[in-house]
Design a protein around this ligand. Structure first.
Ligand code: NDP
Length: 258
């Protein structure tokens, strides 16, 4: 008599249920965004890497997919609200949903106020604040519909303290912290909201400073730094928590930073 067992065919590996999330990272072409995209992809999430330097995004994405991870590159200037909304619609249409937005894109064009580099003040406000809430506006309707989602903002230690040359940058980061915390309080209780505030992290951030005095100050200030992956690990930690645990805020800086 033949006994029938429900078994898995030895020649076919069992289908693994996909547990990875769909994560959109802004400013993923370098520094903290790139490290975050790499870490999350390596952990099994599907990462949508965005930024303006499409060539870099493609290089990183190709490297990730060559290593068996799942990732895609999409050109996005976060100051373009319509483009942000369209991209989120496109991602949700393609993948069925979006789980996490990492609002990381940012610029730090330090100078003393008396330098009157007002175009750079505008730039920081546009990217660090408008770029951030453009992202929130793009994902919130989708997160509300699904009653699920996670917004992670990369703010800064500059969201907690001001020093000479950082007035406008810190103003944008205080704003980033305020609007992320406001979202946490207002959002549907099923939506998680996290602010990560890094201290000095190795990246290209300070390379764009044009003010000589501020650039000189940065040499000493940035001497002690941590790798971008240190922040990526903090982001991964927040994502990894169970749905009922919301890591509200993390400050992470070099041990030697005062
Ligand atoms: P990088 O300069 O290496 O990265 C900045 C990223 O922002 C780039 O990928 C850049 O991509 C992107 N970006 C800039 N402008 C735009 C835009 N208009 N639209 C879309 N993307 C844009 O620096 P970091 O990795 O250090 O910076 C990441 C975040 O971390 C920033 O918000 C920064 O303020 C914050 N931070 C960094 C600290 C540090 O010490 N490094 C400390 C505290 C906070 P692209 O040019 O391709 O568009």
């Amino acid at each position: 008599m033949t006994t029938h067992h429900t078994t898995t065919d030895n020649t076919t590996p069992p289908q693994r249920e996909r547990t990875g999330k769909v994560v959109l990272v802004t400013g993923a072409s370098s520094g903290i965004g790139e490290a975050t995209a790499r870490r999350l992809a390596a952990q099994g999430h599907h990462v949508v890497l965005t930024g303006r330097r499409t060539d870099r995004l493609h290089t990183i994405t190709t490297d990730l997919t060559d290593h068996g991870h799942t990732a895609e590159a999409r050109t996005l200037d976060v100051t373009d609200r319509d483009a942000f909304t369209e991209l989120v619609s496109n991602v949700t249409a393609t993948h069925g949903h979006l789980d996490v937005l990492v609002g990381n894109a940012g610029v730090m064009l330090l100078s003393r106020l008396e330098s009157l580099l007002v175009d750079q003040w505008d730039r920081m406000l546009d990217v660090n604040v408008r770029g951030l809430y453009n992202g929130i506006a793009a994902v919130l309707p989708h997160f509300n519909d699904r009653r699920s989602g996670h917004v992670i903002t990369i703010a800064s230690i500059g969201a907690h303290q001001v020093s000479p040359t950082s007035a406008i940058y810190s103003a944008t980061k205080y704003a980033a912290l305020a609007l992320t915390e406001g979202l946490r309080q207002e959002a549907d209780p099923s939506i998680r909201v996290t602010t990560v505030s890094p201290g000095v992290v190795e990246s290209e951030l300070a390379d764009h400073i044009t003010d000589t005095h501020a650039a000189e100050l940065m040499v000493g200030y940035r001497a002690a730094h941590i790798p971008s992956d240190a922040v990526a690990r903090a982001v991964a930690y927040a994502i990894d928590q169970p749905a009922d645990v919301d890591v509200n805020e993390i400050i992470i800086r070099p041990t030697a930073q005062r």
